[in-house]
Design a protein around this ligand. Structure first.
Ligand code: NAP
Length: 251
C-alpha cells in the first residue's frame, strides 16, 4: 500500500476548533500529518477534533492561543515543535468577520479585525517559518471577497487584501529557504461565520449560490481538500499562488 501523502509531516492549523480550520486539521491528519489543533475559546470543540483524529489512528494535540495576542503566537509554534519535533506545514486560518457598513466602522472594529486577520497571520508566518528548518508550506486562508466588491465587508475585505499581498512578498522572501507560501481563497462556505448565526439570510445564501459556476455553497471539506494539496509535495512548484476555492464565484 502506498504511503499517505503527508506522512512524516507536522502541521499547525490556527482556528481549528470549528469550521474550515477543523476540516483542514481532520484532512491533513487523514493524509498522514501529525496535527496541532489551535483554538482560542472553543476548547471542547478543539478536543473533539483531536479525539476524532486519534480515533482514526492519527496523531494530534490541541493548543490554546489567541492569534490576536502577539505574546501567545511564538509559544504556540514552540508547543507544536515540542509536541512533534518539527514543523512542516502552517495554516493561517483563524480570522474574524463582522458585517460592517462604513457608517458602523470604528477604530476599534478596524483594529479588532487587523489584529487577528493580518497581524496574527504575519506573526504566525514569522515564527512558523523560523521553525521550518527543513523547508515547508505556509497556507494563508484568505477569501474570494478580496476580488469582489461586497458592501458591508470593507474592513474584512481589507484584511484579506492585505493577506493576498503579504503572501506574494513572503513567497519571494522565504522561497530561498524552501518554504512555499500560498493563498487559499474560499468563497461562500457553510460555517458559523457564514450562516444564520452570523446574520446571513436564506435569500443572501440563494444569491451567493447563483453567483457560483457550480451552483452550490462550499463545504469546509471542499476547502480542506485544496489545503491538503498545497501542504503536500504535489504542490512543490507552487508558491505565491492565489488558489480560488469558491466553486467559480463571479467568474
Ligand atoms: P468560523 O466558523 O467563524 O471559525 C473560526 C475559527 O477561528 C474558530 O475555530 C475559532 O476558534 C477561530 N478563531 C477566531 N478567532 C481566533 C483567535 N483570535 N485566535 C485563535 N483562533 C481564533 O470561521 P470559518 O468560516 O471556518 O473561517 C475560517 C477561515 O476561512 C477564515 O480565515 C475566514 O476568513 C475564511 N473564509 C471563510 C469563508 C466562509 O464563507 N465561511 C469564506 C471565505 C474565507 P474559537 O472558537 O476557539 O475562538
Amino acid at each position: 500500500m502506498s504511503e499517505k501523502k503527508l506522512a512524516g509531516k507536522v502541521a499547525l492549523v490556527t482556528g481549528a476548533s470549528r469550521g474550515i480550520g477543523a476540516a483542514i486539521a481532520l484532512r491533513l491528519a487523514a493524509d498522514g500529518a501529525k496535527v496541532v489543533v489551535n483554538y482560542a475559546r472553543s476548547e471542547k470543540e478543539a478536543n473533539a477534533v483531536v479525539a476524532q483524529i486519534l480515533a482514526a489512528g492519527g496523531a494530534a494535540v490541541a493548543a490554546k492561543a489567541d492569534m490576536g495576542t502577539p505574546a501567545e503566537i511564538e509559544p504556540l509554534v514552540a508547543s507544536a515543535v515540542k509536541a512533534f519535533g518539527k514543523l512542516d506545514v502552517f495554516v493561517n486560518n483563524a480570522a474574524i468577520m463582522q458585517r460592517l457598513f462604513l457608517e458602523q466602522v470604528t477604530a476599534e472594529t478596524i483594529d479588532a479585525h487587523f489584529n487577528v486577520n493580518v497581524r496574527g497571520y504575519l506573526l504566525g508566518a514569522k515564527f512558523a517559518s523560523a521553525a521550518m528548518t527543513g523547508g515547508g508550506s505556509i497556507i494563508n486562508v484568505a477569501s474570494a471577497i478580496s476580488r469582489m466588491a461586497y458592501p458591508g465587508a470593507v474592513v474584512y475585505s481589507a484584511t484579506k487584501g492585505a493577506v493576498d499581498v503579504m503572501t506574494r512578498v513572503l513567497a519571494a522572501e522565504l522561497g530561498p529557504k524552501g518554504i512555499r507560501v500560498n493563498v487559499l481563497a474560499p468563497g461562500s462556505t457553510r460555517t458559523d461565520m457564514n450562516s444564520e448565526k452570523s446574520g446571513k439570510t436564506k435569500d443572501e445564501e440563494r444569491q451567493e449560490i447563483a453567483m457560483t459556476a457550480l451552483r452550490r455553497m462550499g463545504e469546509p471539506d471542499d476547502i480542506a481538500a485544496a489545503a491538503s494539496f498545497l501542504a503536500s509535495d504535489d504542490a512543490r512548484w507552487v508558491t505565491g499562488a492565489w488558489l480560488d476555492c469558491s466553486g467559480g464565484i463571479r467568474l
